[in-house]
Each structure stands twice: as structure tokens, then as C-alpha cells.
Design a binder for this molecule. Sequence first.
Ligand code: UDP
Length: 475
Amino acid sequence: SIEQHSLHIFFFPFLAYGHIIPTVDMAKLFAEKGVKATIITTPGNAPFISKAIGKAKTENEIQIQTINFSSAEVGLPDGLEITDSITNPYLIESFFIATSLLQEPLEQLLHKQRPNCVVADMFFPWATDSAAKFGIPRLVFHGTSLFSLCATTCMQLIDPNNDVSSDSESLTIPNLPGEIKIARTSLGSYGMGDRTSMIKLLREANESELRSHGVVVNTFYALEKDYADLYSKVLGRKAWHIGPLSLCNRDVEEKAHRGKEASVHEYECLKWLDTKKPNSVVYVCFGSTTLLSDSRLREIAIGLEASGQPFIWVVRKSKEDEVEWLPDGFERRMEGKGIIIRGWAPQVLILEHKATGAFVTHCGWNSTLESVTAGVPMITWPIYADQFFNEKLVTEVLKIGVPVGAKKWNGLEGDSVSWDAVEKAVKSIMTGEAAIVMRNSAKNLSKQARLAMEEGGSSDSDLIALIEELSSMTF
Ligand code: UDP
């Protein structure tokens, strides 16, 4: 059995919640199969990773190793170790590039510990060479959907010089099943933007992926069949689909503490949901990095109120912030009807509650997949990066969501969307014939997600196959 081997794997997530959270889950899954897992991160991120590992740490073998990262060395604010404290989009880009300072300390650790494999984030393209120096295979983790991986790879087939001159509003992504059309305004760095250092990093990521041992993806085969086949058979990538990774968390405690400490006690939140009708509550959250402006937040508030549905709305504001972003008397009027969580929510627990009926999401892949896993249809409001691709998967391929109409990649703030578009989207996902069809499809995918992770399911089998392959390379 595979348990007899003592494989040791390094997991090295990018310094952003959306990358760390699924990587910790992945380490837990490998550890459950008897693999020794070491998560590599910076000192500032170690405490919450330790909390997220929770009891898996004692039951299985998961360790944390820290390596130092001095952001001040490259002119970034001192002590900056994770993207969520960055408010300027240009700083984010510098931060991405600056993380190459982690290469040397990583190599020192590789030299000392000689793991059998390194699962490193796509944003560390240099990790392939680092691992190769010690004869260690490197696997890439992107943290996004296969759909988005295929879309970005297919986009590279477009000649940007010929393409910018065209004035039509959208383009059809070549060779991508589903005849997917995407608005040019939503392409940002993937398309014809001027953020050249980011484009360079993406190109390096692609090249290093081609030289790596393969790719692990947080998805399950049945969710993205056509794209899984395209990625491996046509684009020639070796990929293992081992998700939804969030399903490795089985009790309330584990589900509540995957990221930051929640700003609301999980039981308080769940008790409130208990008082609401099944599928009636709209959950609104834009992930860990977006920064919607006050005017966007106002439109959301007015739209939610107009929809008449109960809601839980997560805003990245602290209690000390002025409430100018809310219409007058909003919180008083909404008492009992809606909860505003300022800060961090226990998202998976909220999504899994039977009262939760829709998710207004920025389409970060973790959020999207957590919604699929919980069987909750989505109102899609992408802000930047792969989110616009994930929206297409949700609304046009899986047909378990409606777009709110955000089409422009506009920094961390998002496209402007008016309150009546919010109201309309909420109504269309909550009521009517089409809403029932979407909800049923979402529930069906939720069942398939769970099946994939069970013993003998597609994701479980892929994980075992990967461990066996790595073992055979080693022993
Ligand atoms: N998340 C959470 N509470 C919050 C906001 C986010 O638990 O208040 C978690 C969410 O469940 C998901 C991750 O943070 O696992 C966000 O990842 P995603 O890919 O959706 O978006 P990103 O933050 O990377 O933009």
C-alpha cells in the first residue's frame, strides 16, 4: 500500500489567502494518505496556517517551515508578507515580482531536507529550476479552474499586435470548447494591457510549467470534463484533478478556520441563518484582495434592500471606518433582515447552511468551487484576473449563475454596476422557472463533487495515482 512509503512533499503556496487556503487543504489530503507534508511560508503567515492545519497537525504529519522575506529590501512596505494588506494594485505587481527573493532560502531548505517533490505555486516560476538542482520533481499549483487555465493558454494563440487594432467589443477564445466570447475590457494582463512585468511573469510561469513534472488542479473531472481533456490531450499538460480541496475539512471548527480569524463567531452566524427559510439568504463576499469603492458598496446596499431578500454581506472595512459607504439608516432598517460582517466571514459554513440560497461572488476560484460544492447558485461579479473566465464557466458552461454585468477589469475596485442590476440579478436567481433549473443543477454538481472525493471517486483516484507515481520515481 502507498502508506508504506515515506514520501515527503514540500507545499509552497503564493503569499495570498486564495493560494494559501487551498494549499493547506491539499497538504491535509496528502497527509491523510500517509505523506509527510511540509508547508513552506514566511514567519508572518505561519500562525494562521498553523490554525488552519488544526488537528491534522497532530493526527497526520504536517509541518511548517518558515523562510524569511524582506519586502523592505525591494522598496515595499516593511513587514509586508501577504497580498491582502496591499491597497495599491501596482504594489501588488511589485510584490509578485519581489517574491523571487524567496528562491535562495527555498534552495537552502531543499538542500537540507531533500523532499521527494515540491508542489509550488505558479507564481514561483523559478521553483522548477530550484527543485531540478537537487533532482527533485516540481509540480505546479495554479489555484484556478481548468477552464481558466485552458482559456489563458488558448489566448496565447492570439497575436496581440494584430488583435488590438480590431475594434469589436469581444473576442471568441480560439480552440476553447463552448464558443466562449469574452469582453476585451475584461482581459487586462491576459490580453493587451500595458502591465508588461506581469505579462512577463505569466510567460515565465507557462514556460516553467512545461518543464515541470505536471500540474495539480483544485477541481473535479466531472465539473470541467471538456477542459480537462483539452488541457491534457490537446495542450499536452500532465494534470491531476484532486478537488474540491475544501472538502478535506470535516467539522465546524476546521471549516471555520481556514483563513483569518473570522470577524463574527461562527455559531452566531449559523444561529441567525437557522431562523431563515431554506434557500432564501443571499451571501455577498468579494474574496480577500478586492477593494470595492464606497460608491460600489452603496449600489450593493441599495440593490440588496430593493431585492427584499435576507442577506449576509462581507465588507472589507473595519468597525472604526466611517459608514459613509452605506445609505442613511441602512443598518437600522435592515435589522433582522441582513447582517454585515466587517472583515472575514466563515465562508464555507455560510455556504453550506441550508438557508443560503445564492452567492454574489467575485468568482475567485476558491469561492466559486466552494459554492459549487455547497450547491449554491451564483450571481457573478468578476473584478480582475481569472475571475472573468470563471464567470463564463459558471454562467455559460455550467449554467448555475447569472452575471450582474461587470465587464471591465478596473484595478481592485471593479466595474461600475448599478443597484437595479443587483436587484434584478437577485430576483432572477431566487424566483421563477429558470431559478429552479439553476438550483437543481447546482445541487447536482454538489453531489458529484462529494462523490469525486470519496474513496474510489475521480479526485481520490487521481490523488492516489499521483502519490504512486511520485513513490515509484523515488524508491
Ligand atoms: N474567505 C473566507 N472569508 C472571507 C473571505 C474569503 O473564508 O470573508 C475565503 C474563501 O472561503 C476562499 C478564499 O478565502 O477560500 C478566497 O479565495 P478566492 O479564490 O475566492 O478569492 P481571492 O481572495 O483569491 O480573490
